[in-house]
Write a protein that binds this ligand. Sequence first.
Ligand code: NCD
Length: 360
Amino acid sequence: MKHLIDPTDLTHEETNNIIALAEDIIVHREQYTTRMNGKKLATLFYEPSTRTRLSFTSAMMELGGNVLGFDDARSSSVSKGETVEDTVRVVGNFADIIAMRHPIEGAPLIASQVSNVPIINAGDGSHSHPTQTLTDLLTIKRELGHIDNITIGFCGDLRFGRTVHSLIKALSRYSGIKVILIAPETLRLPDYIKQDVCDRLGISYKEVRTLEEAIPCLDILYMTRVQKERFLDEDDYDRVKDSFILDAAKMKLAKPTMKVLHPLPRVNEILTEVDADPRAAYFRQVENGKFVRMALICRLLDWKNDSMHQMPVPHEVFIDDDTLHCRNPKCICNNEDVKSKFYASADNIVRCYYCDTKVR
Ligand code: NCD
């Protein structure tokens, strides 16, 4: 069985297969309206979400399936202290596939280890957001005609922005990708992505201080919101919240073919005056999210009993050492009765298996 917890759970071929199916759904929508008749999707959202949850719901409904679930953990047995594992074991009896969003990093991974139905990670803490990545890849493909050989600028909160982490990982499978990172000092891309993904897999990246110096060479500008809810201190948030704002004047510096993406919601990092620019692709991106989730649901259920489509065997070497401890308070191993597990990344740094935080 295949789950989608991290973008690299899908092979490059599987990723492209899902994107191709989404493109077919766009063209032949009427052929897919009964595809999921009799099937149910459970949306278990332990963290607020409007577009991702509605996108999943709408995707399943367009396929002729049904949706159940919760969007506020307080209204579920979680408020009685039920673990993620137990919730998933129970819900697997009621649904054919589960989409889970959780503020605790590694929660969907733990869920996938006990589930008898496919689990889709709809965002875990600041860690991963693989269905946004599929949305972004489909959007790049539709907007530019290709994903290989692009220069992409990531701007804003590269530290807490899980969509950025997941997209960079997925882009490492394509050739000729150049990444430009535009972030305030305190919101720079985590080292584990720079070292394990960019350095190890050969993505060339450069960090710059201003949007103005990056924008002229970009094919894609990926704007992000500063993730207020991940800050422990409001003053720290206030200091960086207005760091980079895209406006019509900056758009004048960009190529006529450059496209602007944003996972949304936006706060003030893109002024509304940019919306009318044909290069603003972020509202088209939302619709692509629905099509790609339709394709993903179809494929995960098609592949459920297919031995050709299994979860990848972790390439990391696990380290058995009782003296090690993950210090991320938002990691599943510090929130539920989960045995800590560590691996040595390519650069010999020991990291937590559930949240990738550096341990030693
Ligand atoms: C993103 C998320 O939840 O990480 N939104 C989304 O899924 N569309 C980005 C964000 O919240 O800033």
